[in-house]
Design a protein around this ligand. Structure first.
Ligand code: NAD
Length: 259
């Protein structure tokens, strides 16, 4: 079987470099290009410290698409850029897997029809760590019995967005169970999303962690997930790449690939 040809956007970033490390060692995948506004012109392998690969970092996805024919784009950039990359992927009929957080859900939902018409798969997941996704699924079960909950999300100090995409997604999924009137609770605390308070911590030393804390009479139930290194995201990303060709349309959330 031929290898799946992959382009990474945000290749010089923390996730991008981890992905280069994983992809070059993977028998099913072939890295054919990388885009970033940093390290432009440098060898991607040198940037990721895996040795020379003979592929240079370029600064525009559209230029790379004129020269290469990827079968999937992996995006780990920032929200505005990722959104533009999704539009480019759809226009060029190339499947895309997006881990970048912070793209408003409404903006993604608005692209649903366009993606279906392009007949490609677009997978977007705020968290590719299988443990984190399972913690949300477990929390949804708990939410049937305990209705008071708050979320604490803790990340490294360079993280650009707050609250994290994972915490917003968790709150959204919990509110699918609670069906709280979101408008009602909107103004009582500034950090309430989908009717659920979210607290953000940013400190050096952290990677990506989340606590979903349920309170009841005389008891507290805490569901905690810790990503101790960026490698925790790889099995979920690999799963998405394994499935991307068979998927047509927009898929939001890794849990939809676990079924
Ligand atoms: P990072 O800042 O280390 O990397 C982002 C990279 O994108 C940088 O190298 C930056 O130069 C590049 N970039 C910025 N503008 C660009 C453009 N116009 N074209 C190409 N590249 C551009 O951040 P990171 O820690 O690697 O995380 C990236 C994103 O992935 C964030 O949104 C983060 O929240 C998200 N993330 C998601 C998951 C998940 O499981 N879904 C896991 C970790 C991180």
């Amino acid at each position: 079987m031929s290898k799946l040809k992959v382009i990474i956007t945000g290749v010089a970033g923390k996730m991008g470099r981890m992905l280069v490390n994983k992809i070059v060692k993977d028998k099913d995948l072939q890295l054919i290009g990388g885009v970033d506004i940093k390290e432009v012109g440098r060898d991607i392998g040198e940037v990721a410290e895996v040795g020379e690969l003979g592929i240079k970092v370029v600064d525009k996805l559209v230029c790379l698409l004129e020269e290469t024919s990827p079968e999937v784009i992996l995006d780990f950039t920032c929200s505005e850029v990722a959104y533009k990359h999704i539009l480019t992927a759809v226009k060029n009929h190339i499947p895309i897997i997006v881990g970048t957080t912070g793209i408003p859900l409404a903006k993604l939902q608005a692209l649903k029809e366009e993606i279906e018409n392009a007949n490609i798969g677009v997978i977007i997941a705020p968290n590719f760590s299988i443990g984190a996704v399972l913690s949300i699924l477990i929390a949804q079960q708990v939410a049937h019995y305990l209705r008071d909950v708050e979320i604490i999300e803790l990340h490294h100090s360079q993280k650009l967005d707050a609250p994290s995409g994972t915490s917003l997604y968790t709150a959204q999924k919990l509110n699918e169970v609670f069906k709280k009137d979101i408008e009602e609770s909107k103004n009582t605390k500034s950090h309430i999303f989908y009717g659920i308070p979210i607290h953000s911590v940013r400190l050096p030393g952290l990677v990506a962690h989340q606590e979903i804390i349920f309170g009841g009479e005389g008891q507290v139930l805490t569901i905690r997930h810790d990503s101790l290194s960026r490698e925790s995201f790889w099995p979920g990303i690999k799963l998405a790449m394994t499935k991307i060709k068979e998927i047509k349309g927009l898929v939001i959330g890794l849990e939809n690939l676990l079924k």
